[in-house]
Design a protein around this ligand. Structure first.
Ligand SMILES: [Zn+2]
Length: 226
């Protein structure tokens, strides 16, 4: 790549919001940026993007576990190869939501319709559902998780726990069991859990949330990964 020019159309490139790509605003071409912030996949940072994460644990043992490494590999793929929330959202819709127990707007939409009454009071103007899952730690059809462009919502019999993306400070990986869980702000009640053993989807959700946070506020503190 010559200077900061698109090699296809000569347009001036801009840095993607995730800071992992340079994007041509004229023809949509994408180019990798210098990979030095991306870490080492076999190292303690598991190759996770240190522009977005403050990595406060050693991931080497976790990466030896099959399901956990699949989940982390998906985060890495989404951040380093896709690089924008829009691309991660498309990847989730087109490649990862293919089973009955997960849904998105337009994909298995019927599942979302079934709980429309519970969801609607919590939806804000401009809010879109990106992932719906109900085969988690919960009973099918009764309790469910929603990831939107604004927040994660965890519906149980007792009510709804919400973590707005902008309020996410830390993500804790619990890999003590064979199925990894990602605890938002360290809380078990707000956990991106296994989504029916779909570890790639789980990782993609973590990447999506992280990208959405930084796309809306590039100057905020990095997310602490523990
Ligand atoms: Zn171009």
């Amino acid at each position: 790549m010559e200077d900061n020019k698109c090699r296809f159309c000569g347009g001036e490139l801009v840095l993607s919001k995730s800071r992992t790509k340079k994007i041509c605003p004229f023809c949509d071409a994408k180019f990798d940026v210098d990979a030095k912030s991306l870490g080492d996949p076999d190292g303690r940072d598991a190759g996770l993007n240190q522009e977005l994460f403050y990595i406060d644990r050693d991931f080497r043992e976790a990466m030896k576990k099959k399901n956990t490494s699949e989940s982390i590999g998906a985060i890495r793929y989404c951040l380093n190869e896709l690089g924008t929330a829009k691309d991660v959202e498309n990847y989730i819709r087109n490649s990862l939501i293919n089973d009955e127990d997960v849904a998105s707007e337009g994909v298995n939409q019927r599942r979302i319709e079934n709980v429309k009454d519970k969801i609607e009071p919590h939806m804000e103007a401009g809010e879109r559902i990106i992932v719906y899952g109900d085969n988690d730690l919960f009973f099918r059809g009764k309790n469910f998780v929603l990831v939107t462009n604004l927040k994660c919502m965890f519906f149980t019999k007792k009510g709804v726990k919400t973590v707005r993306h902008k309020d996410l400070i830390s993500i804790k990986l619990d890999d003590s069991l064979s199925t990894p869980s990602w605890l938002l702000n360290g809380n078990y009640e707000t956990t991106i859990s296994n989504f029916g053993a779909k570890y790639q989807l789980q990782g993609a959700i973590i990447a999506l949330i992280s990208l959405l946070i930084f796309e809306n506020n590039q100057d905020r503190e990095r997310i602490r990964l523990v």
